[in-house]
Design a protein around this ligand. Structure first.
Ligand code: HEC
Length: 295
């Protein structure tokens, strides 16, 4: 090779290395990472509203002060007072029970979900968890789809029936505190860390991260709804929404993504599962409460 040829080859290889590096590390912009405590009490650092909603049994809607301050009660775990009786969540519970019983005639469905000795008690409070069968961390609804398929039933994550079963399973943990361990090293901790990072990753047309709203705009009105903290969310999902139907936590992420003009992901995607682990760890210590209703 002559010198100019060698120089040209070197030049193009250098360009190629540059391109390859750019592909390896796509451009990402992050919000400032908050230092979260993986427990509902951590909210005292963020918005200080935890003291208003820490005791679900004695929740007083007036204690937040004026109606504009109602966001301080988070609306996270109780039916709003305007409909404390029967709502769509109760119908979902009944529907979930009947499908569950049909599928669990031989006890295999419950065992597949991770029930100990056939009992659903406390199961919801331990989710998401690492499932050796899938070789990854999975949320309850992903497992319902997986275990349903093994019984010959299609229960797509995000469908009404899938979420209805999830409500039924969760109802056996009512009053029990959510408790997932994201502090000892392992797949769940790794998932929590990825979720925490995702929560601060800006994306979409408005270049917003979850944290742009849920830590910076808490208490502010966004098109008719007031943004609450990221704490205590997981305990009442799937929730019945008066605007449409049952909504699992991951479908809620999709709604928030759409609202913020970001391409939503599919339920059971790794990214949404990591976000679910993050949000669930921030609900640690808070009692499961289903069926619940939100507007
Ligand atoms: C444009 C602002 C905005 C962005 C960005 C946003 N959200 Fe939301 N989110 C809201 C509003 C408003 C609500 C409804 C009021 C509330 O409960 O906070 C909500 C509700 C929620 C809820 C349900 C709270 C409950 O208890 O019912 C969860 C969970 C949630 N968001 C998670 C996320 C996650 C995870 C992301 C990032 C993928 C995200 N949000 C991005 C504004 C946003």
């Amino acid at each position: 090779m002559k010198l100019p040829q060698i120089l040209l080859t070197l030049f193009f290889s250098a360009c190629w290395v540059g391109v390859a590096q750019a592909v390896d590390a796509p451009y990402r912009e992050y919000d400032q990472m908050e230092d979260y405590l993986p427990h509902v009490k951590g909210d005292m650092r963020l918005s200080g509203s935890y003291r208003h909603w820490k005791d679900p049994a004695n929740l007083d809607w007036r204690m937040a002060g004026s109606p504009e301050d109602n966001w301080k009660l988070n609306w996270k775990f109780m039916d709003p007072p305007f409909n404390a009786s029967v709502h769509g969540g109760h119908f979902a519970l009944d529907r979930g029970e009947s499908i569950f019983k049909e599928l669990n005639k031989k006890g295999r469905f419950a065992a597949c979900l991770g029930a100990r000795k056939g009992s659903l008690k406390g199961l919801r409070a331990r989710y998401p968890m690492y499932r050796p069968e899938l070789k990854h961390v999975a949320g309850m609804e992903e497992m319902i789809e997986h275990c349903g398929a093994k019984e010959g039933r299609v229960l797509q994550n995000g469908s009404y029936d899938n979420s209805a079963i999830s409500v039924y399973v969760a109802s056996h943990s009512n009053g029990m505190p959510i408790n997932i361990n994201v502090t000892s090293s392992g797949p769940l901790k790794a998932s929590y860390e990825r979720g925490r990072k995702l929560f601060h990753t800006r994306a979409g047309r408005f270049n917003l991260a979850c944290s742009s709203c849920h830590t910076k705009q808490i208490g502010l009105n966004l098109r008719g709804t007031v943004v609450t903290t990221p704490y205590g969310d997981a305990a009442h999902f799937p929730v019945y929404r008066t605007r449409y139907q049952l909504q699992s936590l991951q479908l809620r992420f999709a709604e928030c993504n759409l609202d913020a003009r970001t391409q939503p992901l599919l339920p059971s995607s790794r990214a949404y599962t990591d976000l679910e682990v993050f949000i669930t760890a921030l609900t640690n210590g808070y009692p499961v409460s289903v069926p619940s209703e939100r507007d």
